[in-house]
Design a binder for this molecule. Sequence first.
Ligand code: SF4
Length: 348
Amino acid sequence: MRVKSEQPLAGIVPKLLAWFDRSARPLPWRRAPGVKRDPYLVWLSEIMLQQTTVPHAAPYFAAFTSRWPTVEALAAARDEDVMQAWAGLGYYARARNLLKCAREVAARGSFPETEAGLRTLPGIGPYTAGAIAALAFGERTPAVDGNAERVFARLLAAKEDWATAKKRIGVLARELVPADRPGAFAEALMDLGATVCTPRKPNCPACPVAAQCAALAEGEVERYPIKPEKTARPERFGTVYVLRCSGNIWVVRRPPSGLLGGMLALPSTDWSETRQDAAAPTDAAWAVLGQVRHVFTHFSLRLDVWCAQTTDTDLPEGFWTPEEEIEGLPTVFAKAAALAGLSARQKR
Ligand code: SF4
């Protein structure tokens, strides 16, 4: 049953689908209409696209699917290989959950085929479950990501607080999903939000559902969505060490859990909210090269970059690796390496 005040939006479905048939983005994980989608590819692309743009995710998707073409192949991969291949994509908890999920799916024999079943897998939340269920299994279920939320917030000119608006949008989106093309509806919303109903300066003259848009009728499209003010990220500080020896660089493996867990890294101090005295891993003629900044979800980080040559090859933890071969450093360490004149390649 539809909520009466929202019924006018029912008219957006055929318009959106017709627009999508004309304008769908040719993305590497998509298939022609009517071609069955592989849930592994849908899942992998959706996990990569969380907090990541399409151009940034696309080469990683190509590299992963070429190296691990099936969920079983990914499940059998070594943790460090997957973490290294993920380096540069950020939000590394996704990579750890990716492996956990692949192993669970491989143990079960296949992906669950429903939204509810998919939500029982590690790292799969409501949006991703909806997307896989709709795209790979044709379930009549919504996939409402940030793009879709923005589109609906504008169509509705949603003025309530954002948490309430998101719930209303979720209910409405579920009601609107067409039984015959749930996946196309999900992707049409994604594309509309990404290419037309953009956060800034939406291209309303090109919008297929402009006639139904309450925000456009008000003349205030960028007012929506009305989200609470973001609180400023706290800052953290630390020191990172670029230690070189005869063309090699000293690297460490971070602990398996926590931020950047399991990733290759340059040695560093703890990252704390107050500046602390640096504690270099070995005595050497350290030079301070400058500072790199990096923004994580919950804090922004300033790292002083120290560099030295050493002949002390016997250091606790970690190992030497040839400078030209450093691969798989997370972006924050790749920035520090770059400041030291090293080019940290990332496996693609
Ligand atoms: Fe977004 Fe403009 Fe379309 Fe409204 S008319 S949904 S604001 S692009």
